[in-house]
Design a protein around this ligand. Sequence first.
Ligand code: CS2
Ligand code: MG
Length: 402
Amino acid sequence: MKITDARVIVCCPGRNFVTLKIETEDGVTGLGDATLNGRELAVVSYLEDHVLPCLIGRDARCIEDTWQYLYRGAYWRRGPVTMAAISAVDVALWDIKAKCAGMPLYQLLGGRSRGGALVYGHANGRTLDEALAAVAQFKAEGFRAIRVQCGLPDIEKVYGVANGDGPYEPAKKGLPPEEQWSTPDYLRFVPQVFAKVRAEFGNGPLLLHDVHHRLSPNEAARLGQDLEPYRLFWMEDPTPAENQAGFRLIRQRTTTPLAVGEIFNTVWDCKQLIEEQLIDYIRATILHAGGVTHMRTIAALAGLHQVRTGMHGATDLSPVTLGAQVHFDTWVPNFGIQELMLHEPVTGEVFSCDYRFEDGYLVTGDKPGHGVEIDEAKAADYPYEPAYLPVNRLTDGTLWDW
Ligand code: CS2
Ligand code: MG
């Protein structure tokens, strides 16, 4: 079954998405997501200039061979641009294979392991009162697990908090906006936030928090200890993870569960973290870590070491990725949780999905494939708009991790 056409669709229904559509000689099509937030066009070029010419004429059924061809064959391995491009091809080919088999993707992966994927939503507020109101709202909507982020009293803009009345969306049109950071203020304030949330909502909700790579291992250990009384589901990205050994220090000093990996591209980014059991949840995604094919490798290694999945699911992952991930979550034995940051309604004009939110879970339908389709004519109504993630500075102006 030859691949006869492959094209990249760039659109901005609410935010930018890069989608790959592969067509085969018998008319079956598959979709993959290649969105790399703030660096979208680099992946478009990688695909259009270097990958797609090699795909035409290949057998769409040979997913593994194509993965190896694009990974080993490029000579230049790994990296977010390469791996997002490989993922888009891989997911589109899994979509095609599942459609040809007449099965939803989770069936092809090994079948259902659970009814639905437990998801967590994003409650945030500029003030503690706003954050508490947001938690109440997520609870009322049926979320069982809630991530809580709160502004810092003396800092104007921090990660994870909406600035206006609209939903939180970090990428902004135009050049990169700037946010501010103060580690001492943060370390003092966050435990108070969770004390308040537990006092108000009791032990029922599963609570999560994203540190967003801003602390040193020692500072993260302090925060982990201070949060222990509030029994978090996880503390995410406590420190940048290029130095995997850095997690030893955090791990030895706190029982607060640790999650990391939304920016990882391959199993090599988390091999030591997993093998030494330095983390509890691996957040690598189908989109940025090489598709369904490579996420299986990561999840299998994680499973050997009692690490569970907790895939990234922010709005910069398109509905195509979320669709594929819900199938993966429905099957993978060592599933932990799935992030769910809802796309704006306008995104739904371009992408149609076969997954739904039900009682705190994402449940996939039974359409063959991953169940997400794109309306290309509608997509053309929303052309690409340059947008960047923020950069972060300490209060004295020093550039910091965002
Ligand atoms: C995040 C994201 O969802 C998360 O956990 O860390 O908000 C992240 O900042 C964006 O996906 C960046 O593209
Ligand atoms: Mg995160």
